[in-house]
Structures are given as C-alpha cells and as structure tokens.
Design a protein around this ligand. Structure first.
Ligand SMILES: [Zn+2]
Length: 226
C-alpha cells in the first residue's frame, strides 16, 4: 500500500491499481483490478478503517472490472458506478453507436453479472469526485477529479509505468494500454482535457501516483501528438 492524506493505492504485480478515496461516510474504491483481487481490496479497506461504500469504475476492461462481481457480492450495500456507455460492455453489448468512430474495440471486455446501481455522465458526482468524460481508450472511459486535492484518477488515459505516458501512443515500457485502446486520437484529446484540469496528482490505473504531474503529462501528450 502506498498512501497520502487523500488516497491510498494498492496494486497487483506492482502495476495493476485500485485506489481508495476517503469520504465522510466511508471509502470509494476506484477500479477492482484483475479477477481474484477482491480479498486484497477488502483487506486493504479494513486496514484503512473501511467500509467501502462506493465502487467506481473508470472503464470496462478486464483489469479494472475483474473483481467487480466478487467485490459487489461481498458489499451488497455499496453503490456501483460506471459510465452509461461502458455499462453496456458489462452486459457484453459490443455494438458501436452510429455517431462513434468505427475503430476496433480492443482489449479484454469480459462482462460482469453485476449491474451498476447508477450510471454516470460528465459532471456527475461520486462522493466528492467529479466525473470527467475521457473517451478514447474505451468509448465510455471516465476519469475522476477530486477537487479537494486536485488528484486525477485517470484510469488508462495515462500510465506511469516507466514514466508518464498516454495510452494514445505505444510505450515500449508498458505497451498494453495502447494495445487495448479503441481510438488513439479521441484518447489523446481526453489526455489534453485532463492536463487542462491542472492536476496536483496523477493517480493512474497502471503505475505509481505522480505528484505535480503537469510537465510530464504535457511531454507525454506532445510525444503522442508527433
Ligand atoms: Zn484499459
């Protein structure tokens, strides 16, 4: 576990993350890692003085929803939230909408039995967190901004394994996020959007939390735009 005042990160294999955000009524967990991670998530919440009252998902890829069913079963009262768009992938509806890019959906979308208790759109709140629409990696990818400390929970828009990178460009140090990206161009616009929010901390789906990340985010965006 690595913690700051605002949130705590746990990881599997050092690079598949879940983040715990403290609220007055308990904890929000952001993403549920790979299958088989529920016990580790519940134990971490207990060490943090739990309970988990919200399960918030950035997108419907396997390494983010893998332990959703097991976790939701253990926490029947927890709110489960995901974007309305990516909620369809939980039901294995792999269709693209008429207005969407025809690019190929990539990465693992295993689906889940669990249904969200609420679906999210831009501007919604999850506890203190603001929902930021960041499509591109998946059609309905969202990030979460904590306005209390300006941490951005970026999902897979940015990774920090071997340095800050976008998932819009193949990063030899961590190629998986680009390999699983639906639309690199849309994803890159979302990366710009997150930078424009002037984050004080970048908490990604993969890799360590980076403090004062703006310069590195800008560099990563410029590299991907070339
Ligand atoms: Zn992903």
């Amino acid at each position: 576990m690595s913690a700051t005042a605002a949130s705590t990160r746990i990881s599997r294999f050092g690079f598949v993350n879940a983040h715990f955000v403290r609220e007055d009524d308990g904890l929000t967990v952001i993403d549920t890692m790979l299958p088989g991670s529920a016990k580790a998530i519940l134990q971490a919440a207990e060490r943090l003085g739990g309970p988990i009252v919200r399960i918030a998902l950035t997108h419907a890829h396997m390494d983010h929803i893998g332990s959703l069913d097991a976790l939701a079963a253990a926490l029947p009262d927890a709110e489960v939230v995901i974007s309305a768009r990516d909620a369809r992938f939980l039901e294995k509806d792999m269709t693209l909408d008429p207005g969407e890019s025809r690019e190929k959906l990539r990465g693992g979308y295993p689906g889940a039995r669990t249904r969200p208790t609420r679906t999210l759109v831009e501007g919604d709140r999850v506890g203190s967190l603001e929902v930021i629409a960041t499509p591109g990696h998946t059609p309905g990818h969202v990030a979460f901004l904590d306005p209390r400390d300006r941490t951005i929970y970026a999902g897979d828009v940015f990774t920090t394994v071997g340095g800050v990178a976008t998932s819009a460009r193949l990063n030899p140090r961590f190629p998986f996020s680009r390999m699983a990206t639906w639309s690199p161009a849309i994803d890159l616009d979302s990366a710009r959007r997150l930078l424009a929010l002037e984050p004080a901390r970048l908490a990604p789906g993969h890799g360590k939390v980076v403090e004062q990340p703006a310069a590195e985010m800008e560099r990563a965006i410029a590299k991907a735009a070339r």
